[in-house]
Design a protein around this ligand. Structure first.
Ligand SMILES: [Zn+2]
Ligand SMILES: [Zn+2]
Length: 263
């Protein structure tokens, strides 16, 4: 308040110089202040309720998976990634495509072996269907030629693991989230995602990138003997970016009673 406003208040008037009970400017001030508080609470509630897959998507792309621009972004990233890693054209017949992948494997001195040679790993992590071991440059994957669909699918899995091999050579310190995003988006079925944009959340960032990232954190936690958690899987990480003090979560949490959401 400036001097004039101080004087107003001393004389029993509001800071605008009106009678406090009948001042429209005071009403507007109060309404705006309460709207700001409400908006902030709503944002906090949204951040607390945000799912693992939505957080992962936003961490990687800056967009939530329901953003209508997401499909186009994925399509664009796929083009960039296929050219960045010099991956063979997906229009090639599968046998030729496979030969091209084998050449890439050779160029990074990586051996491709059937999953049965890594029984221990696949027993411990039954959700995994292929693996890349960076230290000894080996990929475990089964190439299934029973039918064309399965053949193409298993080549996609091989390509996925090869991308990890290439990342390891070119950018070993790339965060796991980005590694998995690149490896899945490079050979994701864009037409399917265009027809089912709702699956970007559940399938791409949930069952695929999300599950692989989660597996990595489990694997690392076990290796380190303590729980390693992703920095982004909590509301405070994003509230900080929203410009909201994360300590305010407690107030909203207590009032609205979010129950068992853990953060
Ligand atoms: Zn007033
Ligand atoms: Zn992967």
């Amino acid at each position: 308040m400036d001097e004039k406003e101080n004087q107003n208040v001393l004389e029993g008037m509001c800071p605008h110089g009106n009678f406090p009970d009948s001042c429209n400017a005071c009403v507007t001030d109060r309404e705006q202040a309460s709207k700001a508080v409400k908006d902030e609470r709503q944002k906090i509630a949204e951040r607390v309720a945000q799912s693992f897959s939505s957080r992962l998507c936003e961490y990687l792309t800056g967009m939530t998976p329901d953003n209508p621009a997401m499909v186009e972004r994925l399509q664009e990233d796929q083009k960039i990634l296929r050219s960045k890693y010099r991956l063979p054209s997906q229009d090639l017949p599968p046998a030729e495509f496979q030969r091209a992948l084998k050449r890439i494997a050779k160029s990074i001195a990586t051996r491709i072996k059937p999953t049965s040679e890594f029984g221990k790993f696949f027993k411990e992590y039954p959700i995994a269907d292929a693996v890349h071991f960076e230290n000894d440059r080996q990929i475990g994957v089964d190439i299934n030629r029973d039918d064309l669909r399965e053949y193409r699918r298993s080549l996609s899995r091989l390509e996925h693991e090869l991308i990890h091999g290439l990342q390891n050579q070119g950018a070993p310190s790339m965060p796991i989230e980005l590694k998995e995003y690149e490896a899945y988006v490079a050979n994701m079925n864009v037409d399917y995602m265009k027809a089912h944009p709702e699956d970007i959340d559940d399938i791409l960032f949930g069952a695929l990138v999300g599950a692989s990232v989660d597996l990595y954190y489990q694997y690392e936690s076990q290796k380190m003997g303590k729980e390693i958690l992703p920095e982004w899987n909590n509301p405070a990480f994003f509230l900080g970016r929203d410009g909201i003090d994360p300590s305010k979560i407690k107030n909203v949490g207590a009032e609205q009673n979010f129950g068992q959401e853990d953060f």
